[in-house]
Design a binder for this molecule. Structure first.
Ligand code: SF4
Length: 241
């Protein structure tokens, strides 16, 4: 309870702070106990660039579902070359072949929550175990479920501190930064894909649609569950399966 109140105070103090200041606070506070999670979206690229200006060797990881676009893996390689870093690939227990054998073909169609649990949520749980904090690139205006995100908050789902340095940034500001710094980005963004996840669950969007409308199109699902939201948490899925 005391920790929650303390975090709320820090969040209020950092509400108007720049992402650099939020990250500086987080790296000072958590040292080796903090990691940056990225999905290589536009926001993630900005976050990595800013973080590397403060900390030469931050721990950065991504969830390798084996179903990412070739363009996403190429972007990972370009980032590693540009910054001279390694970005950890976190994988699930089952290969895609084993998943098909154990749970049936096209699980992403038949039961996308289970597919996300196996390929994202359980690996995420493993990746965050032992950490005191993780850093995300979410923005408040990305979706309804992210609208109340704080620069620093307690992550009830995963049981550690969650740091969101870009919460106040808009999509326009993200892209201004990318262009200004000439950052590499996923070419799919130029082909109508503002939000990019797994190949099976990502489609392009039209100009009038929400930027995450192309994720799990045809399903009620809007989030994989990494940031709470509409998808069941690991705990709730495990307890009901
Ligand atoms: S986004 Fe789709 S393919 Fe990827 S883990 Fe979730 S359901 Fe499976």
């Amino acid at each position: 309870m005391e920790q929650l109140a303390e975090l709320a105070n820090v969040a209020a103090r950092l509400e108007s702070s720049r992402p650099e200041e939020i990250l500086e606070w987080a790296f000072d506070e958590f040292g080796a106990g903090i990691a940056i999670a990225t999905g290589f979206g536009a926001e993630g690229l900005v976050l990595i660039d800013i973080a590397l200006g403060i900390n030469e060797k931050p721990d950065i990881f991504f969830l390798d579902t084996e179903f990412l676009f070739p363009e996403t893996y190429e972007l990972r390689d370009r980032l590693e070359d540009r910054y001279g870093i390694r970005i950890r690939a976190v994988t699930g227990e089952h290969s895609s072949e084993a998943q098909e054998r154990l749970f049936g073909p096209q699980l992403w169609e038949a039961n996308p929550d289970l597919c996300c649990r196996l390929r994202k949520l359980e690996p995420m749980k493993e990746a965050l175990s032992g950490l005191a904090a993780w850093v995300t690139a979410i923005r408040r205006d990305q979706s309804y479920s992210r609208a109340s995100a704080q620069p620093v908050e307690w992550d009830h789902q995963w049981g550690l501190v969650k740091v969101n340095p870009l919460v106040r940034w808009t999509r326009e500001r993200i892209w201004d930064y990318i262009k200004l710094k000439n950052l590499p980005y996923n070419p799919l963004h130029d082909r109508g894909y503002p939000s990019i996840g797994c190949t099976h669950c990502t489609s392009s969007v039209t100009g009038s649609e929400d930027e995450r409308a192309g994720r799990w199109r045809g399903h009620k699902k809007t989030e994989c569950g990494l940031h709470g939201g509409a998808a069941p948490s690991v705990v709730s899925i495990v307890s009901t399966s």
